[in-house]
Design a protein around this ligand. Sequence first.
Ligand code: AGP
Length: 370
Amino acid sequence: VTAEKGGFAHFMLKEIHEQPKAYRDTMLGRIDESGRRIVLPDLHLTEDKIRSINNVHIVACGTAYHAGLVGGSVIERLVRIPVMYDVASEYRYRSPLITPETLVIVVSQSGETADTLAALREAQANGAHVLAITNVVGSSIARDADDVINTLAGPEIAVASTKAYTSQLIAFYLFSLYLAQVRGTQTADEIAHIIAAMHALPEQVESMLANVDAIKAYAEHIAKHEDLFFIGRGLDYAVAMEGSLKLKEISYIHSEAYAAGELKHGTLALIEEGIPVIALATQESVLEKTVSNIKEVKARGADVLALTHEEHVAGLLKSVDQAFAIPKTLPILTPALSVVPLQLLAYYASLARGNDVDKPRNLAKSVTVE
Ligand code: AGP
């Protein structure tokens, strides 16, 4: 059994370690040799059609939805098209405004999630072009969508999704850059700059995976708690949501992810002495604001861990109890790095609690009921 897990104790750990390869494989053949252009030759979406899109809907469930939150924000920043997000089980029931100029992106590792498939059909029935980002070639969603970008993460066995999420991020980066290229919203140099930073991601993940002792020790610490908070702003908030879901589903520790600025509108009442708060502070444009939110929880006795870049560790240590550094990349690409310690945190917390890491209670790998 350990053989099929490649020598790892669990599929989840194996899959976390497969991420550098999944990033490389998902990028392979989709960036031209000059490193300056995205090539997606299999797309049916024509350049004219791309120019006519006036809004994007991103629809998915769970972790795939969280990848969509990052992806949509990147599309808005790089391409300046408005994006709406829905969890697939809600999409059809709110009468979404779908027109032929709407591009609907559905995201699904398995390609079999019933709610996501139903959302795809709703979108098509209303004339939208549907692009699927899936990890299973020939899956129902891949077959029914008008276009597919395959993530090349390889089979994901653990119920907790890891390499599928990060490969979905890579697919979103590629697709956003492609849209920007066609619509001319980024210069060739700007695109090349982002591509170069993407090429560095796999090695940066490897460096994090080579050094897990601190995160493991921290996981053993939080394993003794029943409640925990993740906070962040912007893309850090999107990653906080994913970190929180991962922790809940396999460690069974109750946790909530909050937009850091929203805490004082109610949730701050839950902060008491010793409660762990994990603050993601990687987005420089909002760093100062995040620090003031960290001070709000610190003043109420929270035990705060910050995830940030090396250059901010010393500064943040004035306001937090511990800080872990993640490698430096462009702000939009940071989720592809900052999620990794959170995956490891969930893994080691689950392990410390003696849970079945790969098969958490009450959950199925693929949810084929609505
Ligand atoms: C991820 O850790 C979860 N197990 C779950 O949220 C999952 O991402 C969701 O059910 C969607 O699955 P899909 O990507 O196969 O559509």
